[in-house]
Structure formats: structure tokens, C-alpha cells
Design a protein around this ligand. Structure first.
Ligand code: FAD
Ligand code: NDP
Length: 518
């Protein structure tokens, strides 16, 4: 009897192995219980990085990526938000807008630019950007193939904690199992439900980069990264841009810096409607959009626009995953997945990274790094955790704003006023002199701990190429940079970056922080 039972179990086990082996095109040779060692749901910044890293560690990996069309009907290829409707098209449009300014400056440098008006073709910009994106989509597919990651262009949802249902666009379904599953589904723009006509008449950043004609007079609603960047780009490309903010812009950042960002946007021609709340949008008889809003004094105001762009935040794309079925805990309002410091959810073998994970910076390099480190922890025995503390970031407004570490307000609340010293300077980039460009918002603020060698707690820059400038300093700050060390650093002349190492005026001294050129 015992021997019969033993044979029966061996037979079941054999069938299990054969079934899995049949499905596998490549075997890691370790995991015989599941189809894969790892399934990643979401082929964006985080998901691609995690899946490729795991595969390089010898694991059998599948990645599922599926893009649902925006309410305006736009959809795109593999690579996620950053590649298709985020960082990449945004930065290229930012560059287009900066070039417009450079063309205006050029005559001051001896270039013969005909006339005062320069012409820009929105259509050719969009076409070039879309062509570039298509090459990136293709590149991602090739990379997955080269790295032996199996790619399913299918929407994933959980069947149980180890099984995912992959649903292709044509309705075909396949059930896949894995030891570990990573949720990397990112997010999508959120339309406010309390603004009548928002869905019907508004667009979002998921549509702007596909727009076939110049958006014309545009109302951008929102007060954070996406809103400020889009408003700056549109103004730079010659579209009258209005920015409607209901509370405070860029809430998480240093207030002095934010005030200067807003004044630089105004200087670039963006009309700012502060403390205003949108109420409704209707299409008028002339085809334009009638927008009604309430201003700071609760007065009802209205104006007509050609385009209304909602940049009112993003919602995690977790709604289709059937997370309650497997007991993965979520934050209800945002739809984000709750994770611990190892990026693991309330279910041991299910993890979440990137924009879909609760309490994380919504930035591409953060998602990428988290994905790689997670793969190493799962499959290499690593214990290295993601450092979510000192994350550098840049808001690509026409005058870029880059920031790392604590704002002055955060530093004071954490360490107390007496233990915080702030160094600051208004500076004039050399390249602004010949065209007589306004530099009144070019400003640097460094927040230090006012003890011993003065550890740098935060650095905030407003100026041309601020993102490029801050990257290196952020490495130094992560490594424990002090003001003494910075002071001992030789500057590179003549650059904007050298103004950081020259910082010597403290805010507490009350001295004029305006630097003079050498
Ligand atoms: P995503 O890149 O969003 O990828 C998730 C993928 O999963 C998507 O392809 C999605 O379609 C897919 N998916 C969703 N549900 C499913 C499912 N059920 N099954 C299968 N697939 C699914 N960050 C920066 O660092 N710098 C910038 O300059 C910058 N600019 C930005 C500009 C804009 C306009 C926006 C909107 C964002 C910008 N970001 C920027 C943020 C950055 O794009 C995101 O932080 C990053 O893309 C998040 O990566 P992710 O892997 O978490 O998600
Ligand atoms: P955020 O969630 O950062 O901000 C949403 C904004 O919309 C807030 O200003 C909010 O105002 C406003 N808002 C929300 N609802 C309404 C409403 N009903 N009416 C009017 N205003 C409303 O969203 P973003 O989409 O700008 O950015 C998302 C994330 O994407 C960022 O946090 C960033 O990490 C990432 N990103 C990064 C970029 C970069 O690195 N350069 C560029 C773009 C995005 P209130 O504060 O009053 O709630």
C-alpha cells in the first residue's frame, strides 16, 4: 500500500514537471514547481530593470506589459510612462522650447537671424519625437529577447498568489505561475470627478505628446511637476499658456525656491491663476472650450481656451490586478500597493516597485534602481535596500529647478532653527550677459547642519541645466559632503556649477546674496 502511494506521488510529480517543462522554452534548472522564477507585471522603467536583472542572475523570467488607451484614444508600445508619455517626450519638448530661446539669443552672438519672429512646426516636432519613441520601443523588445526575458503583450491579473492570468488584446488568455511576482504597473493621469466635462473635453499628458496640431491657448490645471513643466513647454513653443493652481505649487519643495520657480514661469509668459478651482468645461458654439472656475475670493470666473490639460495627479494602475483576491494590501485613495522596506507586499512572494508602490518617489531612476535591487535581493541573496532618502530630482521648467535632500523648512523642523545654516546666492550665468537675459531667478540654496564641519543636508538650484549640475553634487551629498569639503573644492570656470562651490553668504547674516561676475 505504501509503495503504491509512493508511486502515485512520483507520477503526479512527474506530470507536474513535464507540464512545466513543456511550457518552458528555457529552464533555469532550479524551479520545477512554477513556470517561472519571476513574473513582472508592467514593462515600464521598474519592471524592465527588474526582469532583466533577474534574468542575468540566471532566473527564468516573464514580463507582461499592456497599455490601455487613454480616454482620447492614445496608446503606445513597450517601455512604460517614461519612454512613451513621460520623461522622454517631455525632455525633448523642453529642449525644443529652450532652442526657441536660443534662436532669439543667437543674434546677440553674431548669428544672422532673419526678422524678429521665428516659426515653429509643432507637427514636425511631434513626428520626430514619436519616431524616436518607436525606436526606443523596438530597442526594449530587442533587449528583452537578448536577455532571455519572455515578453507577453498582455494584461495581467492575479488568480492566486503564484498565478497570473495574461490576457492578450484579442481575448486569448494564458495562465502563468511563478515563485515571485513583482507588481510594476505604474500609474495613469487622474481626471478630477468634480469638474464637469473634464473627461469629455480635457486632455492629459497621455495625449499632449501625440497632439496632431498646436494646442493653442491652453489651460493647464494642476500645481506640480507635470503642470509646471507642460505650461513652461507650451509657453516656450508659442502657445498662450495659463496655469491654474488650487493650493500651493510644488508642495514638497523649499518655499524660497518654489516662489522663484513661479516667478520665472511668469517671466516666460505663463499666466498663473493662483488659488483657483476649476468647476466646469463646455464646448462653446465657436468650437472653443468655455471654462468656469472659482477664484480665491469665491467669485465665478470664465474664459475660453483651445485646450484644457489636466495635470491633477496620477492613479496607480492596480485596479485590474484583482489584488483583494490574493490579499495584497493597498492604500485605498491612491490605489497604491503597501510595501515594506524590502519592497515586499502583505503577501510574502509578491512585491511592488515604482509608481505603483506606496510612499515612493514617482521617478524613473527610483523605479529602475528599486527593480534591480529587488531582483538581487530575491535571487542573489543581497540585503542591499533602496535608499529612498536622498533622491535628486529636477523639475524641467524653462529655468530648471533641481533639488536634493532637505528643504530649509524640513531641516528646521527636523534639527531646530539653531542647528541649521543656509548658504545662498543669486548668480548670473555668463551666457545671459550678451542677450541681456533676466537672471533674477537664478538662485542656489544650500542647507547645512550648523555643527562641526557643516554636513550638507540639502542643495537646491534654479538655473540653466540645473539637473546636469546637481547630479554630481548629489553623489557627494549622499557620501556625506560637508561645507568645508565643498569650500575646499576647485571650481570649473566659467560655469554655473562653480557658484555652488563658491557659496559663502549665510542667510542668517542678512547680507545681500547677489554675486558679481568675475
Ligand atoms: P511605468 O513606467 O508607468 O510602467 C508601467 C507599465 O505597466 C506601463 O507600460 C503600463 O501600461 C503597464 N501595465 C499597467 N497595468 C498592467 C497590467 N495589468 N498588465 C500588464 N501591464 C500593465 N521621471 C523622471 O525621473 N524624470 C522625468 O523627467 C520625468 N518626467 C515625467 C513626465 C511626465 C509627463 C510623467 C507623467 C512622468 C514623468 N516622470 C519622470 C515619472 C516617470 O515616468 C515614472 O516615475 C516612471 O515611468 C515609473 O516607472 P514604473 O515602472 O513604476 O511605471
Ligand atoms: P502630483 O500628484 O505631484 O500633483 C497633483 C497636482 O494636481 C497638485 O498640484 C494638486 O493640487 C493638483 N490637483 C489635484 N486635483 C485637483 C483638482 N481637482 N483641481 C485642481 N488641481 C488639482 O502630480 P503630477 O502628475 O504633477 O506628478 C506626478 C509625479 O510624477 C510627480 O510626483 C513626479 O514624481 C513625477 N514626475 C516627475 C517629473 C520629473 O522628474 N521632472 C516630471 C513629471 C512627473 P493640491 O496640491 O492642491 O492637491
Amino acid at each position: 500500500m505504501l509503495s503504491l502511494r509512493k508511486h502515485w506521488f512520483s507520477l503526479v510529480r512527474l506530470c507536474d514537471v513535464l507540464h512545466v517543462a513543456g511550457r518552458r522554452s528555457r529552464s533555469s534548472g532550479v524551479n520545477v514547481k512554477y513556470d517561472y522564477d519571476l513574473i513582472v507585471i508592467g514593462g515600464g522603467s521598474g519592471g524592465l530593470a527588474c526582469s532583466k536583472e533577474a534574468s542575468q542572475l540566471g532566473k527564468k523570467v516573464a514580463v507582461l506589459d499592456f497599455v490601455s488607451s487613454s480616454p482620447k484614444g492614445n496608446a503606445w508600445g513597450l517601455g512604460g510612462t517614461c519612454v512613451n508619455v513621460g520623461c522622454i517626450p517631455k525632455k525633448l519638448m523642453h529642449q525644443a522650447s529652450l532652442l526657441g530661446q536660443s534662436v532669439k539669443d543667437a543674434s546677440h552672438y553674431g548669428w544672422n537671424v532673419q526678422g524678429d519672429t521665428i516659426d515653429h512646426s509643432w507637427e514636425s516636432l511631434v513626428m520626430s519625437i514619436q519616431n524616436h519613441i518607436k525606436s526606443l520601443n523596438f530597442g526594449h523588445r530587442v533587449q528583452l529577447k537578448e536577455k532571455n526575458v519572455e515578453y507577453y503583450n498582455a494584461k495581467g491579473s492575479f488568480v492566486d498568489s503564484h498565478t497570473v492570468l495574461a490576457r492578450h488584446e484579442n481575448g486569448d488568455e494564458v495562465s502563468l505561475s511563478a515563485e515571485h511576482i513583482v507588481i510594476a504597473v505604474g500609474g495613469r493621469p487622474h481626471y478630477p470627478t468634480n469638474v464637469q466635462g473634464s473627461h469629455e473635453h480635457g486632455i492629459t499628458s497621455d495625449d499632449l505628446f501625440f497632439y496632431s496640431k498646436p494646442p493653442g491657448k491652453t489651460l493647464v490645471i494642476g500645481g506640480s511637476y507635470v503642470a509646471l513643466e507642460c505650461a513652461g513647454i507650451l509657453a516656450g513653443l508659442g502657445c498662450p499658456a495659463h496655469l491654474m493652481i488650487r493650493s500651493h505649487p510644488l508642495k514638497a519643495f523649499d518655499r524660497d525656491m518654489v516662489n522663484l520657480v513661479m516667478s520665472s514661469l511668469r517671466g516666460h509668459g505663463v499666466q498663473i491663476l493662483s488659488h483657483c478651482e476649476p468647476q466646469s468645461i463646455e464646448r462653446g458654439s465657436n468650437g472653443r472650450l468655455d471654462v468656469v472656475w472659482r477664484d480665491e475670493a469665491s467669485q465665478t470666473c470664465r474664459d475660453q481656451f483651445d485646450t484644457v490639460l489636466f495635470a491633477t495627479g496620477r492613479q496607480a494602475s492596480t485596479w485590474a490586478l484583482e489584488l483583494p483576491r490574493v490579499g495584497v494590501a493597498m492604500d485605498t485613495p491612491t490605489g497604491k500597493v503597501l510595501v515594506d522596506e524590502r519592497d515586499t507586499t502583505s503577501v510574502d512572494n509578491i512585491h511592488a516597485i515604482g509608481d505603483a508602490a506606496y510612499g515612493r518617489w514617482e521617478l524613473t531612476p527610483v523605479a529602475v534602481k528599486a527593480g534591480k535591487l529587488l531582483a538581487r535581493r530575491l535571487f542573489e541573496g543581497s540585503n542591499v535596500l533602496m535608499n529612498y532618502e536622498t533622491v535628486p530630482t529636477t523639475v524641467f521648467t524653462p529655468l530648471e529647478f533641481a533639488s536634493v535632500g532637505l528643504s530649509e523648512e524640513e531641516a528646521v523642523s527636523r534639527y531646530g532653527n539653531e542647528r541649521v545654516e543656509v548658504y545662498h546666492a543669486f548668480y548670473r550665468p555668463l551666457e545671459y550677459y550678451l542677450p541681456h537675459r533676466d537672471s533674477s531667478q537664478c538662485y542656489i540654496k544650500m542647507v547645512c547642519e550648523a555643527v562641526d564641519t557643516e554636513r550638507v543636508l540639502g542643495l537646491h538650484l534654479l538655473g540653466p541645466n540645473a539637473g546636469e549640475v546637481l547630479q554630481g553634487f548629489s553623489t557627494a551629498i549622499n557620501a556625506g559632503l560637508t561645507r568645508d569639503q565643498l569650500h575646499g573644492t576647485i571650481g570649473i570656470h566659467p560655469t554655473c556649477a562653480e557658484e555652488v562651490v563658491r557659496l559663502h553668504i549665510t542667510k542668517s547674516s542678512g547680507a545681500d546674496p547677489t554675486l558679481t561676475a568675475c
